[in-house]
Design a protein around this ligand. Structure first.
Ligand code: E4P
Length: 217
């Protein structure tokens, strides 16, 4: 499973990139607004830190505007992935951009039917939002399971990028289902390292090691 980080916070991206675990980054207009800075400059800096796909979302909703914005965004760096909304115009743009060899992430997916359309439009990634589906009392993980099954049935090349992740369980369930990518808020990625027995075991080992009076270097 690939790990993307779901943030536009350059300090967090730099810090987590040092773990060697990051395969890409996703941003959206809300994350860009939250962190501030000039959009194109922020994306360019992220692309320098992380060589994998970096999703930059268009703000246009009409086909012509989406294509015009995609043209600007994809010039920022070779690893920019154009993020388009799951609408008819968004998928039309997706088809065109994908045919031209541009990576496209189709966002705001809330149903298996939408995911099927995105795959047929040649998307590199489909982003189903598990947390927001859970928020309205539906089953976000069932959505992931359905999409993975459908894509496997037809051998679609589109990768399932699990988005709107709220905690470690979403990540583990998605991995069990064989989803290709999870995009994690920084706090969720950090939480994956933690286990109380690791902390307890390490404290014991360090205390016992100190009793030996030795040092390794
Ligand atoms: C990522 O591409 C999505 O925009 C993001 O995961 C949405 O997450 P949220 O529902 O926590 O805003």
């Amino acid at each position: 499973m690939k790990f993307f980080i779901d943030t536009a916070d350059l300090t967090e991206i730099r810090s987590l990139a040092s773990s060697g675990l990051l395969d890409g980054v996703t941003t959206n207009p809300s994350l860009i607004a939250k962190n501030g800075g000039v959009f194109a400059k922020v994306i360019a800096e992220i692309c320098e830190i992380i060589p994998g796909p970096v999703s930059a979302e268009v703000a246009g909703t009409e086909y012509d505007q989406i294509m015009a914005e995609a043209k600007v965004l994809r010039k920022i760096a070779d690893n920019v992935c154009i993020k388009v909304p799951l609408t008819m115009d968004g998928l039309r743009a997706c088809k065109h951009l994908s045919n031209d060899g541009t990576m496209v992430n189709v966002t705001l997916c809330f149903s298996a039917a939408q995911a099927l359309l995105a795959a047929k439009s040649g998307a590199s990634f489909i982003s189903p939002f598990v947390g927001r589906v859970d928020d309205i009392g539906w089953d976000g993980m069932q959505l992931i399971s359905d999409i993975v099954d459908i894509y496997n049935n037809y051998d679609f090349k589109t990768e399932v990028l699990v988005a709107s992740i709220r905690g470690p369980n979403h990540v583990i369930e998605a991995a069990k289902m064989g989803a290709h990518v999870a995009t994690l808020p920084p706090a969720v990625l950090r939480s994956l390292f933690n286990h109380p027995l690791t902390d307890k075991g390490l404290a014991t080992f360090l205390a016992d090691w100190a009793k030996t009076g030795q040092s390794i270097v």
